[in-house]
Design a protein around this ligand. Structure first.
Ligand code: ADP
Length: 741
């Protein structure tokens, strides 16, 4: 009989060990309750095994040893059980410490319960049996067991009262059953012994039964916990995106609500479909390398554009058991992107149209001004009647003002539409400042103002930046200073300091002794079309655009402009700008060439070149007359062509030194003519310098023309002096036979 009993207990222990060990494998990822549960399984198995071993012993000492080991498991299990109930009952603080701590009292009592003299062994029909020798320790033992049981019961009742959720109450009832089963087993053990009957190891068997109940509790508790395993079902059904699950034979077997709504079919109807029945797709879309595949496809039914993600599902042997297909309807997004692309193209076109409009406007306005200024220049050069010269002088001033105005408006529009670009190149600061001084000194002289440029000789000369824009900014400020100063002086002071190892921070301070600006008006200075102090400045020509352009250009070049002014006394405009420095060359001593101004004023030619052959191409007859007139005194040989075709014919016949080529011409424009010329095999003027002569004077066009292959650029209205300078630069030196001093 004892062998049967032992085998039964051994089998139950083995099963319990197996379940416990397999659970302990995942120990690290488990919660406290998981750990307690798996520990209780191990302890329960140990209890069964060692108390079972006592049964089959004949030697009392050995039986006592096994009993002592078994008792370790019994006390351990008691601790585990109590802690599980403490955890579920959610008691905290002192009560938790006392109740959970009480069972640990068993550790103190344990040595007395296992002392050899405190235990009596006897052989019964069911094997070796034992009991604690009646006396103090047997009473302590009973009290400890009873108090532990009551402790657990109180906790469970507390849980029943506090926990309101049904599943928690169910856990509490099941725990109560566990305690009852074990308690019943222990009581039966004690009663059988008291009645003098052969002691069956009832408590040992009962605790296995309690483990079965505990297992059910644990499974139930885990089932209602938020874990990846049990929540995935909810996630699957709750996502709005259509989710399709295909089996390994690529047959659709599960669909979520999102999928049925997407297809407008019931789940059963959906499951009759293949993926390629739903989307325009290859049949072998499931054959792909790796775990994930993403494809774009159109849905047959609704013509929706979808992004489809296919994930492989593997079993434990890494064999594919199915596919999860998640569908993202991207129709709206794609349509929006298409809409945006269309809008962008429309905006680009509008911008292009705007650019073309500016270029056109520039051309259309400048062409007649060119005629006016050119003809007027000839009057100034050729007429000696002082009255007519005075009228012509007035025309010259008015047209120059008109030109500045047009330039400002066009530049401003270009900046506003974001089409202004900064083109950085090497330039000479000395040349730029000299040119500025030359340009301004005439105006200053006319007003009787003293114009001074204070530039330290050690200022670096070769800089990298947008010379045209820097010049434009400084010219604007200098012109304003001269414009708004009635008497006294205008002084430009240049200073510099190191900004980075390669760049210098330049400060160009323009101080005048003019009308000054009221403090409250300083903030308004850079506003567009804003002229401050109207009553003072209304007699002075201006649009209120200049400073606004200055500020915007400086912003593009990462520079700043600041103003200090005393009303009635004068102002200082300071431009700060960083420029890269090349080499170590310095500006040196600055001196201007007053004779040059004289020459400009009187229109005296600086050279004559009777052998030089120049071809002027322009569809506008007046422009050709202007060019002829401007170069008359230089005695150059000028041929005129009024179209691109005529130009090509001319270069096929004659070798020219310079070709002045207009850009905007009907049928074949200047750029096309240039390209044709370059391709011509019989071009006799292959070496001629080609200067584009254009009324398109928009900011940035110079670079564009040079890029297209022109050698230089001259804007209309043609400045006679600049034209002469260009001819001097490009004519072969042997042609220039006379330089007039
Ligand atoms: P404009 O000179 O064409 O009116 P700006 O934008 O160049 O336009 O200047 C705006 C205003 O700032 C001018 O109308 C003038 O009132 C004031 N201003 C500019 N420079 C000076 C200066 N050096 N001294 C006094 N006032 C100035």
């Amino acid at each position: 009989m004892k062998e049967v009993l032992f085998c039964l207990i051994l089998a139950l222990s083995s099963i319990t060990y197996f379940v416990g060990i397999s659970g302990l494998g995942k120990w690290s990822r488990k919660s406290i309750i998981d750990r307690l549960y798996f520990m209780s399984l191990m302890l329960s198995a140990g209890w069964g095994l060692f108390i079972g071993l006592v049964l089959v012993q004949t030697d009392e000492d050995l039986a006592a040893l096994f009993r002592a080991i078994g008792m370790v498991h019994i006390f351990g299990l008691l601790i585990c059980f109590t802690n599980m109930i403490v955890y579920w009952s959610d008691i905290r603080g002192r009560v938790k410490r006392w109740t959970a701590g009480f069972v640990w009292l068993g550790v103190l009592l344990y040595p007395f319960f296992v002392r050899r003299e405190n235990v009596e062994f006897s052989m019964t029909a069911y094997g070796m049996s034992y009991r604690i020798t009646p006396g103090v320790w047997s009473v302590v033992y009973v009290i400890y067991c009873a108090v532990s049981a009551v402790n657990m019961m109180v906790l469970i009742i507390h849980m029943l009262r506090r926990r309101i959720r049904k599943r928690e109450k169910d856990i509490a009832y099941a725990m109560m059953l566990c305690v009852f089963i074990v308690g019943f087993g222990c009581a039966l053990d004690a009663m059988l012994q008291m009645l003098g009957l052969a002691a069956l190891p009832v408590s040992t068997l009962a605790q296995f039964a309690a483990q079965v109940v505990l297992c059910k509790i644990y499974v139930f508790y885990n089932g209602s916990r938020v874990t990846l395993e049990n929540m995935s079902k909810f996630v699957y059904y709750s996502v709005d995106e259509p989710v399709f699950v295909f089996d390994e034979a690529e047959k659709l077997c599960i669909v979520n609500n999102g999928a049925t709504i997407f297809l407008g079919l019931s789940a059963e109807e959906c499951c009759k479909l293949q993926l390629s029945d739903i989307f325009v797709l290859d049949r072998d879309v499931f054959r792909f390398r790796g775990n994930k595949n993403r494809v774009e496809a159109r849905c047959w039914q609704k013509n929706n554009i979808c992004s489809i993600t296919i994930d492989k599902i593997y079993d434990n042997y890494m064999d594919i058991v199915g596919y999860i297909v998640i569908v993202h309807d991207v129709t709206e997004r794609v349509r929006m992107l298409e809409r945006l692309e269309r809008e962008k193209q429309r905006a680009d076109k509008a911008n292009e149209a705007k650019g073309a409009f500016f270029a056109n406007m520039s051309h259309e306005i400048r062409t007649p001004i060119n005629a006016v200024m050119g003809m007027n220049e000839m009057i100034l050069r050729e007429c000696s009647d002082p009255g007519i010269l005075e009228y012509a002088g007035n025309i010259q001033n008015a047209s120059k003002t008109l030109l500045v105005l047009i330039n400002d408006i066009l530049d401003f529009s270009k900046i506003e539409s974001g089409m202004m670009e900064v083109v950085e190149e090497e330039y000479s600061l000395r040349d730029m400042l000299t040119a500025l001084k030359t340009e301004c000194s005439m105006r200053a002289e006319e007003k009787g103002l003293k114009l001074t440029f204070a530039v330290p000789a050690d200022t670096p000369n070769v800089l990298v930046g947008d010379e045209v824009r820097v010049r434009q900014v400084l010219l604007n400020i200098l012109t304003n200073a001269i414009k708004y100063t009635m008497k006294g002086s205008v002084t430009m002071t240049v200073t510099h300091e190191k900004a980075t190892p390669q760049t210098e921070r330049f400060s160009f301070a323009v101080a005048d002794t003019g009308i000054g600006i009221k403090e409250e008006n300083i903030d308004r200075l850079f506003g567009k079309f804003d002229r401050v102090d109207e009553e003072q400045v209304h007699a002075i020509e201006g649009t209120g655009l200049g400073l606004s352009i200055v500020e915007k250009l400086l912003k593009l070049m990462k520079g700043t402009v600041t103003v200090e002014s005393v009303y009635g006394e004068g102002s200082v405009f300071t431009v700060c700008l960083c420029q890269k420095v090349v080499g170590t060359e310095t500006v040196g001593a600055m001196h201007d060439d007053p004779k040059k101004n004289e020459k400009r004023k009187k229109g005296v030619p600086s050279f004559a070149a009777p052998d030089a052959k120049i071809l002027a191409v322009d569809d506008n007859k007046v422009n050709l007359t202007v060019i002829r007139g401007l170069l008359r005194k230089n005695k150059v040989q000028i041929t005129c062509a009024s179209s691109g075709r005529e130009c090509l014919e001319c270069v096929a016949k004659e070798q020219y030194d310079i070709i002045l080529l207009d850009h905007m011409m009907p049928s074949m424009d200047g750029i096309e003519t240039l390209e044709e010329m370059k391709k011509m095999p019989d071009n006799k003027s292959k070496n001629a310098k080609i200067i584009v002569l254009t009324a398109n004077a928009m900011a940035g066009v110079r670079e564009m023309y040079l890029e297209k292959g022109f050698d230089d650029y001259l804007s209309k209205p043609i400045d006679g002096a600049l034209l002469e300078q260009l001819l001097m630069k490009y004519l072969p030196p042997e042609c220039i036979i006379q330089t007039v001093e």
